[in-house]
Design a protein around this ligand. Structure first.
Ligand SMILES: Nc1ncnc2c1ncn2[C@@H]1O[C@H](COP(=O)(O)OP(=O)(O)O)[C@@H](O)[C@H]1O
Ligand SMILES: [Mg+2]
Length: 279
C-alpha cells in the first residue's frame, strides 16, 4: 500500500476585521493537522460546524494555501503559495461541495459543466470531450440525453451526481468530498453514498470524506479523524472509533448520533432494488 496524500502540521489563519476602529485580528482555523492516507482508502474527517473541515478541504484541493506545514501528494511537497498549480497537479485532486444547488452554475448546461475541466486543463478535442462527458453521465447513474439540460431540471440527488461527474472528468486519484450528502434528503443520501462507493471501487479512488454525521462516516470510512476547534482530538481506524472511542469529545459526538439510520436506509434501498430487479 502506498501513501498518496499526507498532511504534516498544517495550520491556517484567517485575518478578520475586529469591527469599527478595532483593527484586524487573526483567527487560527487549523492548529497543526497531520494525517496520512493510502491509495484507495477513505479518511473521514468529522466534527461540528466551524471546526475547520472546509478550511482543510480547500487546502487539500489546492484552492487555498496553508499558512505553515506540508501538504504532500504522491510523495511530492506542494506549496501553492510559492508555486503555480499546473493542470497535471489540478487533475490529481478534485472536490465535491456540500450544496449541489450553489455549486453548479445555473446558466451552464450539464454538458458544459462536465466538459469545462477538460477545456481548461487538457487539449482533448471537442468530439472526444462530449463523448467522455456522456459516458461519465452514465457512470454516475444519469443519462446521455441529460447533456443538454440545465441544472434546475434536476433533483438535489441528481445535481450531486452531476457534481460528482464533474469532479471525475480529469480522472483524479483523490476526491475530497465536503459533506457531499448533507444537503440531501435521507432517502437520497444512501443512493449517493452507494454511488460513491461503487466509483471508488471502479477507479481505485482515494477519498477524504468530510461530514458532521457519524452515521454516514461509519458506513464509509477506513479511518476517522475527529476534529474540534481546528485540532485533531482523535485519529484512529473506523472500528476503533466506533467500538472503543478514547476521547470524551468523540464519545459525545457518538452519543449524539443515531447510528442505526444509515443501516436502515441501506436496507430500504436494497429491498427496493431487489423489488425493481425482480420486476
Ligand atoms: N474566509 C474566512 N474568513 C474568516 N474566517 C473564516 C473563513 N472561512 C472560515 N472561517 C472560520 O474558520 C473556522 C473554520 O471554518 P470552516 O472550515 O468553514 O469549518 P467547517 O467546515 O468545519 O464548518 C470557523 O471559525 C470559521 O468562522
Ligand atoms: Mg464546512
Amino acid at each position: 500500500m502506498s501513501v498518496i496524500l499526507e498532511g504534516r502540521d498544517i495550520t491556517r489563519d484567517y485575518i478578520v476585521s475586529g469591527g469599527f476602529m478595532r483593527g484586524a485580528k487573526t483567527v487560527r482555523a487549523l492548529h497543526g493537522i497531520s494525517f496520512s492516507l493510502e491509495q484507495g482508502k477513505t479518511l473521514a474527517i468529522v466534527g461540528e460546524s466551524g471546526c475547520g473541515k472546509s478550511t482543510l478541504a480547500r487546502i487539500l484541493t489546492l484552492i487555498d494555501p496553508a499558512n505553515s506545514g506540508d501538504l504532500i501528494i504522491e510523495g511530492e511537497k506542494i506549496d501553492i503559495a510559492t508555486r503555480k498549480v499546473t493542470s497535471d497537479l489540478r487533475a490529481k485532486v478534485q472536490i465535491v461541495f456540500q450544496n449541489p444547488y450553489s455549486s453548479l452554475n445555473p446558466r451552464q448546461k450539464v454538458g458544459e459543466v462536465l466538459t469545462e475541466p477538460l477545456i481548461i486543463n487538457t487539449d482533448v478535442p471537442a468530439a472526444e470531450r462530449r463523448k467522455r462527458a456522456e459516458e461519465m453521465l452514465v457512470k454516475v447513474g444519469l443519462e446521455r440525453q441529460h447533456y443538454n439540460r440545465y441544472p434546475h431540471m434536476f433533483s438535489g440527488g441528481q445535481r450531486q451526481r452531476i457534481a460528482i461527474a464533474r469532479a471525475l472528468m480529469l480522472n483524479p486519484q483523490i476526491l475530497v468530498l465536503d459533506e457531499p450528502v448533507s444537503a440531501l434528503d435521507l432517502s437520497v443520501q444512501a443512493q449517493v453514498l452507494n454511488l460513491l462507493k461503487d466509483l471508488q471501487d471502479e477507479f481505485n479512488l482515494t477519498y477524504v470524506f468530510i461530514s458532521h454525521d457519524l452515521s454516514v462516516v461509519r458506513y464509509f470510512a477506513d479511518e476517522v479523524m475527529v476534529m474540534n476547534s481546528g485540532e485533531v482530538v482523535e485519529y484512529a481506524s473506523r472500528d476503533e472509533i466506533f467500538t472503543n472511542p478514547q476521547h470524551d469529545y468523540t464519545k459525545t459526538l457518538l452519543a449524539a448520533t443515531p447510528v442505526a439510520d444509515v443501516d436502515k436506509i441501506r436496507e430500504r434501498v436494497a429491498r427496493r432494488k431487489a423489488l425493481f430487479e425482480g420486476a
